[in-house]
Design a protein around this ligand. Structure first.
Ligand SMILES: NC(=O)c1ccc[n+]([C@@H]2O[C@H](COP(=O)([O-])OP(=O)(O)OC[C@H]3O[C@@H](n4cnc5c(N)ncnc54)[C@H](O)[C@@H]3O)[C@@H](O)[C@H]2O)c1
Length: 245
């Protein structure tokens, strides 16, 4: 088992890529804590526990700084440590630049950028005390290349890459690595709303010729959360079928 007895927080673990990650990490021996707004996370945790793994669901919004800090203190007390933080939760509010409202801008910044900052700031203090940590955050190919209709999302995902490189610099001496992944087009509830013709166009830009399943992305999180990546820090790993080559 690649994560035996590791304590891992997976944000946005109620569905999509986060759910696949929570389930994969539990199979690899981690004790998984799911932070999400959606109650479906309790079913994900139940499923993991019924199949012999260890998981719990906590209804936490990463935009709520006080709730994040209180939950980190509670988890550290109950489990004695936090080894892994998967900053996976994210949202989109797509519009072209001139049509994008302040609310659409603010909402995406609050979750994808400030939420990742709050979670990492709180968890990294526990990791420092234990001289061990793996921080892996969801960027996106949009953060690398931009994307039509995604000014707000691109800003946050490029921001995640910048924060990750900074954390690698600051936290390496405490036994903590910080990395990001940049998923390409993955079939999840986030992308279900995209019209079929746009999906077909996207497919033509992906050299391997298919869209990712959530588990394809979860395997990337697993590598960067495991011991095997101990000499990897400050990178952003594209997992995109060759799209951002
Ligand atoms: N699906 C893709 O094609 C794709 C591509 C590139 C990057 N990503 C990124 O991967 C991550 C996961 O994406 P997904 O497709 O699984 O999305 P999803 O919408 O299916 O799942 C996201 C989860 O995050 C949760 N969440 C949203 N706001 C939250 C908050 N404030 N606090 C806690 N949880 C919150 C949601 O409730 C949901 O369960 C996101 O960061 C996304 O930006 C996805």
């Amino acid at each position: 088992m690649r994560l035996k007895d590791r304590v891992a927080i997976v944000t946005g673990g109620s569905r999509g890529i986060g759910q696949a990650t929570a389930e994969l990490f539990a199979k690899e021996g981690a004790k998984v804590i799911i932070w999400d707004l959606l109650d479906e996370g309790s079913y994900v945790a139940k499923g993991i526990n019924e199949s012999g793994g260890t998981a719990e669901f906590l209804k936490i919004s990463i935009t709520d700084k006080d709730a994040v800090e209180a939950s980190v203190a509670d988890i550290a007390k109950r489990y004695g440590k936090i080894d892994i933080l998967i900053n996976n939760a994210g949202i989109t509010r797509d519009k072209t630049l001139v049509k994008m409202s302040d609310d659409e801008w603010d909402a995406v910044i609050a979750v994808n950028l400030s939420g990742v900052f709050y979670a990492t700031r709180a968890v990294s203090q526990v990791m420092r005390e234990n001289a061990y940590g793996r921080i892996v955050s969801a960027a996106s190919t949009t953060g690398l290349r931009g994307n039509y209709g995604q000014t707000n999302y691109a800003a946050t995902k490029a921001g995640v890459i910048g924060m990750t490189k900074t954390w690698a610099t600051e936290l390496g001496k405490f036994g903590i690595t910080a990395n990001a992944i940049a998923p390409g087009y993955t079939q999840t509830p986030m992308t279900d709303a995209i019209p079929d013709n746009i999906r077909q166009m996207a497919l033509m830009t992906i050299p391997v010729g298919f869209l990712a399943d959530p588990i394809d992305i979860a395997y990337g999180y697993l590598y960067l959360a495991s011991e095997e990546s101990r000499f990897v820090s400050g990178i952003c790993l594209p997992i995109d079928g060759g799209y951002s080559r």
